[in-house]
Design a protein around this ligand. Structure first.
Ligand SMILES: [Zn+2]
Length: 74
C-alpha cells in the first residue's frame, strides 16, 4: 500500500493569509475598521478584528496598531 496522505487543511483558505493593520474609523453610531487591501490596494471597511474576507475576495487578519490615529468620518 502506497497511499498519499494529503496535508491537513483546517480551512479552505489558500496558504498565506496576510496580516493588515487597521485604522479606527469613527462613524456616527458605529465604529469601523479600515484596512488597506494587500490585494487590490483599496480601503475596505470591517466591523471587527480577526480573519476577514474583503469584498474583492482577499482573506486577511486584521490587527490594530496601538498608535493608530482615529479618523472621523464627516
Ligand atoms: Zn481588496
Amino acid at each position: 500500500m502506497n497511499r498519499t496522505i494529503p496535508a491537513p487543511q483546517y480551512t479552505s483558505i489558500a496558504h498565506d493569509v496576510p496580516t493588515v493593520p487597521a485604522t479606527d474609523l469613527a462613524t456616527s453610531g458605529t465604529r469601523q475598521l479600515v484596512v488597506q487591501c494587500p490585494r487590490c490596494g483599496e480601503l475596505h471597511r470591517h466591523l471587527g478584528l480577526g480573519l476577514r474576507r474583503s469584498p474583492c475576495g482577499q482573506h486577511y487578519v486584521i490587527s490594530t496598531p496601538h498608535t493608530a490615529p482615529t479618523l472621523t468620518a464627516a
